[in-house]
Design a protein around this ligand. Sequence first.
Ligand SMILES: [Zn+2]
Length: 452
Amino acid sequence: MNIRFQCIIILLLTLVDGEICGQEMLVGFAKKNITPNPPIWLSGYASRTTPATGVVHNLWAKAVYLESSPKEKALIISTDLLGLSREVSQGIVQQLHETYGISQKQVIINSSHTHSGPMIWPALSGIANYSLEDQKAVSTYTLGLIKTIVDLAGESISNKDKMRLSVGHGQVDFAINRRQLAASKLGQVLAGPIDHDVPVIKVEDLKGNVKGILMGYACHNTTVQGDNYLVNGDYAGFAQIDLEKRFPTATAMFLLGCAGDQNPEPRGNILLAEKHGKKLAETVSELIQQKLKPLSNALQYDAQQITLDFKKIEISQFQQEIVGNDVFKQRRAKLMLEAFNKGWNMQHYLYPIQALRIGKEFTIIALAGEVVVDYSLRIKKEFAQHDIFVAGYSQEVMCYIPSKNVLKEGGYEAESSMIYYGWPGPFEDSVEEKIMQGVHLVMKNIGIRPKK
Ligand SMILES: [Zn+2]
């Protein structure tokens, strides 16, 4: 080979290398064990009558810190928990700001919604009939959790190093539309949408070691049911454990999608949770071993709050319910009458919506609450030119977020779940359009336009 030709090849390699350098980002991972010590009440099923009696495997809070420039930084935190209350989520965000100068817009905190994790005060505390002693255990755990997650974030920042990110998608099919299943048992037909997408972000160091895996899926972590009293992370917990065995240098994180009306099938015991987890891990593992779409070195983020309205409250309804026979309606009525007597406005909810664009190529929309799958499908359709994952269960989990269609159909996710969550009643029909307007606003603010 003549000298001139060799020089051209070296120049080309340098250019290619230069382009790869443009894809490097500072990334740090950290994980902390957040397994509670039984006895503590587990959250998610109103049928439980005692605190937890043991542990199947540990629960984890995990963080990935991303920094594309000294000014552009973001944190994604995953937790093997049912969901955070606003008090806990805002407590974490406030301390992250005070300690590390990271603002609310830069932090996404997602919960896997395992129904075999500890109760987080005061979210859903109305489902348990627990003693003062039990309540103290939950409060102590909750306070410790805030500190643990703030420390976790600090560790992920300290661990930052040059990494390359890439993204791909797989599919697993154990999620079913549980509303459709419930209706079919009654001889009714409901729409029954599903979303089997499994987005995967691979994070590698410059030597090609897999340092982190972020995966998403839209399916309730409810393979085990209310007869289970053992702490575990359900299928998402098993999937993370499996992946960290397959890729020992990696931290595997799970982000729950719009799973409000999605259940695993079959379900009923811990072996099935392990089976679903393995299926998810296998799909993710196959992707990790492939070359995925590189993400460039850039971060954009935005967060907005919108006002959602509940249907008009008739206080006489709660005056009747408080003397009725239904203990859950009694507890909700007590909350509502207290709020009414204090002059609090229970007609509205300030609802957080976030977007995090990683590189130019991939965006996570993070919505609060138990968001039904219609939102994921609609957002991906309206922004069809862009690669998107819609996470539900982000920041706080205060109730279900039904779509217009789910509200029209009625049932648990539209109405009766509000009793357990302690809210006055169903949302107004405007809920979906208001959330979509908020999504369009955060997308516009990070430079993403809808499909024409
Ligand atoms: Zn749920």
